[in-house]
Design a protein around this ligand. Structure first.
Ligand code: SF4
Length: 271
């Protein structure tokens, strides 16, 4: 008898940060309430996504409408928020979110032609062997499918917000290849088309100087599927799901009481 394990496409790349944390949160269902900075990120993405979807739909959406979506997301979160977890007030979150969302709508989005925002993907099965099947489902959260202006190339753009999302004038791309590679793989699986352009990270810096910058990631899909001579991350993932052994990673930047819900009980946490 086979066992099917459902994993959200947007959560899949977290497996490669700390598998032990991924197991706890995504397979065993333990979550921490999010903090104000996570809420700010969600709000910025709500505003920018509304704007880009409006452009695709040829509606008359404005940056002010996007700012409204930011404020609405801050005041009506769809998940549990611990408002004391971060040093960020609601009014600061509104100010930062509106500033970045407006800047994105005016200065960044018009440079791109988007085909879809947070595209829904066709379920994709990964056979791990031993009767274990992973089914990747859901949407490409916070990402867009991008078409080059000449219409010849297709690529994935992923928005990343955070205190260090921009460094020295460029979006921080380090650590994002697995996410972009996952979305490239799912796009090809869903549409039958081939990704033909680099992945783009659009970084929105939420602390200090509020800035937006981009960075590119080439051959991200190879990170997932591998090459003729090297296994991709899917092979490593399959081994973990087949064996049930999800290795800890105390070197993860998220290995802290603040970001990991397994912290209290984890034998391997960073000390
Ligand atoms: S405490 Fe650290 S090592 Fe343990 S699960 Fe969390 S992130 Fe991983």
């Amino acid at each position: 008898m086979s066992e099917e394990i459902r994993v959200r496409a947007s959560a899949w790349s977290k497996l490669f940060d700390c598998p032990h944390k991924f197991e706890w949160e995504n397979l065993l269902g333990h979550y921490k309430p999010s903090g104000m900075r996570a809420l700010l990120g969600t709000a910025i993405h709500a505003g920018t996504a509304a704007f880009d979807q409006g452009r695709i739909d040829h509606s008359d959406i404005t940056p002010d409408d996007a700012a409204g979506a930011v404020v609405d997301a801050i005041h009506h979160p769809e998940f549990e928020v611990d408002r004391n977890q971060d040093d960020l007030t609601i009014s600061d979150a509104e100010r930062i979110g509106i500033t970045l969302s407006t800047k994105y709508c005016l200065d960044v989005s018009p440079h791109y032609k988007f085909r879809s925002v947070e595209m829904k993907t066709k379920p994709m099965d990964i056979d791990c062997g031993g009767g274990v099947i992973i089914r990747l489902t859901g949407t490409m959260d916070r990402s867009r499918v991008r078409q080059s202006l000449d219409g010849l190339r297709v690529g994935i753009s992923d928005l990343k917000s955070g205190a260090t999302a921009v460094q020295k004038g460029a979006a921080r791309t380090k650590g994002h290849a697995a996410q972009i590679g996952t979305y490239e793989m799912l796009f090809e699986h869903t549409t039958g088309e081939t990704i033909s352009d680099d992945g783009v990270i659009i970084g929105l810096k939420t602390k200090g100087t509020l800035e937006i910058a981009t960075g590119t990631i080439s051959n991200a899909k190879e990170t997932m599927v591998g090459t003729e001579t090297q296994n991709g991350l899917i092979e490593f993932a399959a081994e973990m799901f087949r064996s049930g052994l999800f290795i800890p990673n105390p070197s993860s930047i998220l290995c802290s009481e603040k970001y990991c819900s397994r912290w209290e009980s984890c034998l391997f946490r960073a000390r």
